[in-house]
Design a protein around this ligand. Structure first.
Ligand code: HEM
Length: 469
């Protein structure tokens, strides 16, 4: 059928003059997508200001979204607001630059490097746990923001990362992250954009020193920066220093708030589901030896934890939507989508399809067990994207979440204090509102009890501490 005879998808009601559905989208994206899906099914249109936007649901249409990226669909425009903040690299760079830089990205995340990253995760997670004392109360959402910074620092810069990045690095990073604004022109003379530019300069100064040190001592380092300094691009050239700075920032940007939000939800959801947490604790007690780091072979045996990670990605995704621009007219289902339209995938609807996920409104990690094998289609869940641009840091992030939850629940008893945890939509990624958790250390509490009972002359021996608790 020709493009003139095929109708465009049904437009959702409720759009305002000029703004269309933009305000509703800002206020309640999940609600908007769910309302559209209930009214029209898997393909419907909304207006974001003047832009016609197709929202797609379900593995079949999600597959078109991801496999047509860099063909009929353009990814870079959707991330244009990031360019001013971090610069042009990977998904914010031109298609040609992206494919030229891809070998470097693959080198950074190749399997052999994961061993070092997992070691870094163990060290930083254990340092965090040691800092928690015997008992107390924390906001896990805030704690995960700090912890994922420390893991990224040690993984990518090495053991001296705190000294090398200096005390203000994350403050500057935060100023850049807080400047992100998909609506306002990024060059307006606003304080937040001024702070962004100052912070970028300071970060560049710090990272240029880090680069210089590695260049002067090439044999001494084997970290992200030295990898970027030595891995040839597709055209055989090496990334210039300015691009190394931007690549570093791009990776941190892609991986930091996303992982922090998802890790905080993971702990919250496990605490909200004690029956499943029991299975997780049993697995930890079986597979994770106390006082030993978790290596890749231990991780490979933690299936209940990874099912919980996958279910968290479905149930409360940090990246619940992604957007593309239509460059060449494209057929989606019965519709011809003209050039200039936008297309969005939607976790709020794709992740809750009752014919794909049994009782989709339930947090139920066992749906991924071999007996049930739900959501096997690689395009059913969009939390890490799909196709050529699928999250390169996915295994990094999943392993990090596994190490955090395994060591936390191995060493601590915890209960949730927050009763109403909501999704907070951030500029870069979603995260939970405060997740307040009261905890006490298992081993110390046991030895404390023993000591106390001895002091009181209690005649009954205290039970031995177990790692399961
Ligand atoms: C739970 C944590 C994470 C989530 C939810 C997440 C989500 C995503 C998603 C949805 C995409 C695809 C974007 C699109 O198609 O528009 C993506 C791409 C990417 N992510 Fe992640 N990510 C996470 C962690 C990480 C980490 C830890 C890193 C690196 C340290 C990372 C690096 C990247 C990179 C480099 C890309 C671009 C890949 C490309 O364009 O080829 N991500 N991520």
């Amino acid at each position: 059928m020709s493009s003139t005879t095929v109708p465009t998808p049904p437009m959702l009601s409720g759009g305002l003059p000029v703004l269309g559905h933009a305000l509703e989208m800002l206020r309640d994206r999940d609600g908007l997508f769910k309302r559209g899906h209930a009214a029209h099914g898997d393909l419907f249109a909304i207006k974001l200001g003047p832009l016609n936007t197709l929202v797609v649901t379900g593995a079949e249409y999600n597959r078109i979204f991801y496999t047509e990226t860099d063909k009929a669909l353009n990814m870079q425009e959707g991330y244009a607001f990031l360019k001013e903040a971090i610069g042009e690299v990977l998904f914010t760079a031109s298609k040609e630059d992206y494919y030229n830089q891809r070998p470097v990205l693959q080198e950074v995340f190749k399997r052999e490097r994961m061993v070092g990253y997992i070691e870094a995760m163990n060290l930083e997670v254990q340092r965090w746990l040691d800092s928690l004392g015997q008992y107390g109360e924390i906001d896990v959402t805030q704690e995960m923001l700090r912890l994922t910074q420390q893991v990224a620092g040690r993984s990518f810069i090495g053991k001296d990362y705190e000294q090398e990045l200096g005390p203000n690095f994350w403050e500057w990073y935060q100023a850049i992250s807080a400047s992100l604004d998909p609506v306002l022109p990024p060059t307006l003379p606003l304080p937040k954009f001024w702070r962004r530019d100052q912070s970028k300069k300071k970060i560049a100064e710090v990272l240029n020193k880090v680069i210089q040190k590695r260049r002067e001592n090439p044999g001494r380092y084997n970290d992200l920066i030295s990898t970027l300094l030595t891995t040839p691009l597709k055209d055989g050239s090496i990334l210039p220093d300015a691009s190394i700075v931007i690549m570093f920032m791009g990776l941190i940007f892609a991986g930091h708030e996303t992982t922090a939000g998802q890790a905080a939800w993971l702990i919250a959801l496990l605490l909200q589901h004690p029956d499943y947490l029991k299975l997780v604790k049993a697995e930890i007690s079986r597979e994770v030896e106390p006082n030993k780091p978790i290596d890749a072979s231990v991780l490979s045996r933690l299936e209940h934890i990874y099912w919980a990670v996958d279910e968290t990605t479905r149930f409360r995704p940090s990246a619940d939507t992604q957007i593309r621009t239509v460059e060449a007219p494209i057929t989606v289902g019965p519709y011809q989508i003209p050039a200039g339209w936008r297309v969005m995938v939607s976790g709020a609807t794709s992740h809750f399809m009752p014919d794909v996920f049994t009782n989709p409104e339930r947090f139920d990690p066992l749906r991924y067990s071999p007996e049930r094998s739900e959501g096997k289609n690689p395009f059913a869940i969009i939390g890490f994207g799909g196709g050529i641009h699928k999250c390169t840091g996915m295994n990094f992030a999943k392993n990090e979440m596994a190490v955090i939850s395994a060591l936390f629940f191995q060493q601590f008893e915890a209960e949730l204090v927050s009763s109403d945890i909501r999704v907070v939509a951030g500029a870069g990624a979603n995260h939970p509102s405060a997740v307040r958790v009261r905890y006490h250390r298992k081993t110390a509490i046991e030895s404390l009890k023993t000591a106390e009972s001895k002091a009181e002359g209690c005649p009954h021996p205290q039970p031995q501490t177990t790692s399961e608790g």
